[in-house]
Design a protein around this ligand. Structure first.
Ligand SMILES: Cc1cc2nc3c(=O)[nH]c(=O)nc-3n(C[C@H](O)[C@H](O)[C@H](O)COP(=O)(O)O)c2cc1C
Length: 241
């Protein structure tokens, strides 16, 4: 009797346990996916102005005049300029499929953009994350991390003088899960596309920028509160020429 009761109970508990687990796993996975920063989210969302899709400045002009610029004026950047740069980097150009301005191996989209604001109209000093789908910025922290970051980028002057800096980060797992080791190479290709898009767009806006590759990875990760699976690849300070 007891044996029958036990096995009946087991029959109820086991499926119930399985259902519980099946519910928990996706919830846990969703939390993990969201958890690519780890501190002090303000939750404040800033809708960015619509990017312009036309200009009188040709791609050829931008290509021929692009240079790394390491000195900037002290003038603030306009929010529309920041909007345009972020759109050029990762903006959605095929809604529905979420395809972007830059190519991505197998449309895995492993790139995430962070923005460290120093001197931008309508944006408080702090750390933000760009959401390409809603073309908005989420404020992650209003802490002034510039001095800390300056150490991690080996005190390079452009970082100190920029009105803001775009930090291009990547989730290797998104690409290596599909392509194995080769995914690492693909990711490095991708960051180059994104960096060049920002460079060319900056040129058309008469803004200066430079790609910074020399920094301490661990320091940047810690200062930005990036989770283990997200790595910084380029830091691009931007300012008015
Ligand atoms: C992978 C990579 C890393 C770079 N890292 C830095 C850097 O840490 N600091 C810097 O001032 N410039 C850096 N640069 C910019 C180069 O110094 C610059 O592109 C080069 O001098 C050529 O100048 P141009 O960009 O004006 O054509 C880097 C460029 C690349 C492609």
């Amino acid at each position: 009797m007891l044996v029958i009761y036990r096995s009946k109970l087991k029959g109820i508990i086991m499926p119930a346990g399985m259902v519980f687990l099946l519910i928990l796993i996706p919830v846990f996975a969703a939390c993990q996916a969201e958890q690519d920063y780890t501190f002090n989210s303000e939750g404040k969302v800033i809708e960015l102005p619509e990017p312009r899709l036309e200009s009188d400045y040709s791609v050829e002009q931008a290509l021929s005049s692009r240079r790394s610029v390491r000195e900037y004026s002290s003038e603030p950047l306009e929010l529309s300029e920041v909007s345009q740069l972020l759109w050029a980097a990762q903006g959605i150009t095929l809604p529905g499929k979420n395809f972007r301005t830059a190519p991505s191996a197998g449309a895995t989209f492993p790139i995430y953009l962070y923005l460290i604001v120093s001197n931008v109209e309508d944006l408080d000093v702090g750390l933000y994350k760009y959401d390409p789908v809603s073309h908005s910025l989420e404020m992650l922290s209003d802490r002034d991390i510039r001095a800390e970051m300056s150490q991690t980028v080996l005190r390079q002057a452009p970082f100190r003088n920029g009105a803001c800096s775009i930090v291009i980060t990547a989730d290797y797992e998104r690409t290596t899960a599909r392509y194995g080791e080769r995914g690492i190479r693909y990711l490095h290709h991708e960051v180059g596309h994104v960096g060049q898009n920002i460079h060319l767009q900056a040129e058309t806006l008469n803004l200066g920028t430079v790609v910074i590759g020399a920094f301490r990875d661990d320091g940047v990760k810690e200062t930005l509160g990036l989770s283990d699976d997200i790595d910084p690849l380029y830091i691009m300070p931007v300012g008015k020429k």
